[in-house]
Design a protein around this ligand. Structure first.
Ligand SMILES: O=C(O)CCC(=O)C(=O)O
Length: 324
């Protein structure tokens, strides 16, 4: 990856950042993707594979998903004034309400979603008309991706939403479909310098406050509280993902995602089993997270029992599976 001399226009503007390499479909082969990116776990943006994708705007999504219900996260803006270790929940742990897609689309159109930072995040497209999009399947095949761990997930929000700095326990592909997203990334080696939330939160709060999230706000870091973050800044990567582009995010890579655009922003992502096995075995961040989930086992078990006993069993169980 080449070093960019461009200055970062964010609050940490005194620091350079590295650029994520972009590779066009014309020079991509599954072998090249494996040798240069997947084998070692290196992020890359692939361009040109989705040029004939339909426009995934709100009208298109309402037509395809209309009355299907999805859990929608009510973040609210107040939380961003507090330290993250004072938050009640984070990411998939945020309180959500199930609602028809059409109702969420109306919230985006009326700006209620913007005013209250309401996010339709990580909603499985399984069993919907959008589960299997042939162009996307061909794109994944062109990258040589073979072992999906999940179905595609939909992410829809107004511009300005920020998904806080975190990492995932699997490889991921983030496919940008409408509007753009700016991602700030740090390699797994910087975990200690990014002050992850404590693993002990799992014992106290279950999956609400997960340890794969950083305590630092990378755009306005408090270097008195988090002095080691200054070392992480030397390893900062940044990329703006535009419609039709696919970002490969290897397991353990930290990323913060800011939605950009004018109105609605839409992406899908998918998680993949880590390949090759050697990288899966040696990615410490993955094991760190799995040990946290074990610590949350009593909370998870009681939530499942409550869901099984509830009248709305199917809906609640589906919701719990998504939160895992
Ligand atoms: O787009 C987002 O808001 C978050 C996506 C993400 O974290 C991922 O694809 O791993």
């Amino acid at each position: 990856m080449q070093q960019s001399l461009e200055e970062n226009n964010s609050l940490s503007k005194n620091y350079c950042f590295h650029e994520v390499v972009r590779i066009d479909k014309t020079s991509l082969t599954p072998e090249k993707f494996f040798q240069e990116y997947q084998k070692n776990g290196t992020p890359v943006v692939v361009t040109g594979l989705l040029d004939s994708m339909p426009v995934w705007d709100l009208d298109f999504l309402c037509e395809k998903l209309g009355d299907r219900k999805y859990p929608v996260r009510f973040n609210g803006w107040e939380r961003y004034k507090k330290e993250k270790n004072q938050w009640d929940n984070i990411g998939s742990g945020v309180e959500s309400r199930s609602m028809p897609f059409r109702e969420y689309a109306q919230m985006v159109r009326s700006e209620e979603a913007y005013n209250k930072d309401i996010y339709l995040g990580r909603c499985a497209l399984k069993n919907t008309p959008l589960e299997d999009t042939p162009i996307l399947r061909q794109a994944e095949a062109a990258m040589g991706l073979k072992m999906p761990a999940t179905s595609p997930n939909l992410w829809v929000c107004p511009d300005t939403h920020v998904t806080p700095l975190h990492y995932d326990p699997m490889d991921g592909t983030l496919v940008q479909l409408y509007g753009s997203k700016r991602l700030v990334l740090f390699p797994p080696s910087q975990t200690y310098n990014l002050y992850p939330l404590s693993l002990f939160n799992y014992l106290r709060y279950g999956l609400k406050l997960r340890a794969n999230y950083s305590q630092v706000y990378p755009e306005r870091p408090d270097l008195v509280k988090f002095p080691r973050f200054e070392q992480a800044l030397a390893h900062r990567y940044e990329v703006v993902l535009n419609p039709g582009e696919i970002l490969f995010i290897p397991c353990g890579w930290w990323h913060e995602v800011t939605s950009l655009g004018d109105g609605v922003v839409c992406s899908i992502n998918r998680f993949w089993h880590i390949f090759p096995l050697f990288r899966a075995m040696t990615t410490w961040n993955k094991w760190r997270l799995h040990s946290g989930v074990l610590m949350a086992a009593p909370h998870i078990a009681s939530a499942w029992l409550a869901a099984i006993a509830s009248k709305d069993r199917e809906q609640k169980l589906r919701h719990l599976i998504q939160r895992l």
